[in-house]
Write a protein that binds this ligand. Sequence first.
Ligand code: ADP
Ligand code: MG
Length: 401
Amino acid sequence: MKQLDQIDLTNQRVLLRADLNAPLKPGPDGQMVITDDGRLRASVGTIELLIKKNAKIIILAHLGRPKGERKTELSLKPIAQRLSELLKKKIDFMDDLNATDVKTKIDSLNSGEIVMIENIRFEKDETSKDPQERRRLAEKLAALGDFFVIDGFGVVHREQASVTDIARLLPCAAGKLVEAEKSAFDKVLKNPERPYAVVLGGSKVSDKLGVINNLISKVNLLLIGGGMAFTFLKAQGFEVGQSLLETDRIQDVNELLSLAKEKNVEIVLPVDVVVSKELDGSMPSKIVDVSHIPADEKGLDIGPKTIELFKAKLDNTKTVVWNGPMGVFEVKDFSKGTKEIAQKISELSAYTVVGGGDSAAAIRLLGLDESKFDHISTGGGASLELLEGKDLPGLKVLEEV
Ligand code: ADP
Ligand code: MG
């Protein structure tokens, strides 16, 4: 794979596929406001490198799932504005890829100048299942540039026109973000220092079975919290009341538990939980042992004994991967488990990687220090697929060139 820093890009038109898919909500004046600019900040490094290399920069990105339709609320305009603030540099916005003057405008860019093209998913070919349709868009894009950089880690698990198809048409390389993501996951998947712990949580066990199956032969310790813990607890014979439960996965969980025993992997489940009748914090909550979950309440966070237990288990670990919040962290009453465990992970002298969209969002929402983790992945789906041991098409295509 070619290293971006080693390639001469002076005066070259460089198409950069970034992942700027930040969460937005309507503001007071109807304008869309970015609620978490983590992905934008993560993209700055590569853009600055391209500026330094005197390239002409054309940013391609998406927002949400417009499915080929122009939707005002999914315009990249507010994203371009925020990114421009972060870079302290002007970004010219092109709101129509199909306008007749797009090519002339790009060709007349000076080196170090930046343009951003409107949400690439407004083009229906972008996400088409038909390779020829995707290729049609990829060709249109490739005609605008001399070189392609993949830096949208959040989309490397997708076979899409502006990700994989275009990479087959132009010389290309990974951006700094994709390189950093790759090397972090390589380290925890291929060469982890031991003891190695994986902390899993989140809502559904079915979303994480692939991850557990792949990691069980690599790790020493598996700590399980969040909604998924209740299917494990049920498999162990506990009654879980109204907690999240995937009855059809109990069998899989039982198989995992015996596989773990066979492989000498310690699986640690919650011993107490915070329960309430409602998930939104509108009803009183209390702490109960997992053997006493009331039939009419749901477990929404790990309890204080579990927090201490998980912390003690994490002491002395040398590699930690964390995926999935320990509770409903979005609601203050149920955020303590996630906050305390995330804080503990950040303070370890271990190599620490955070995967999963909600886990990364939780770190920022709960006000934790991002810089204390070795790596916080920007790609939820992509990071899960890597942890599942899958080959990602957007990374594979880089090896082919
Ligand atoms: P990630 O995106 O980090 O992989 P997930 O998408 O699997 O994480 O799960 C995140 C969601 O899980 C959050 O919205 C959180 O509220 C929810 N969650 C965590 N614990 C529970 C629980 N005990 N009951 C219901 N939902 C939970
Ligand atoms: Mg999620």
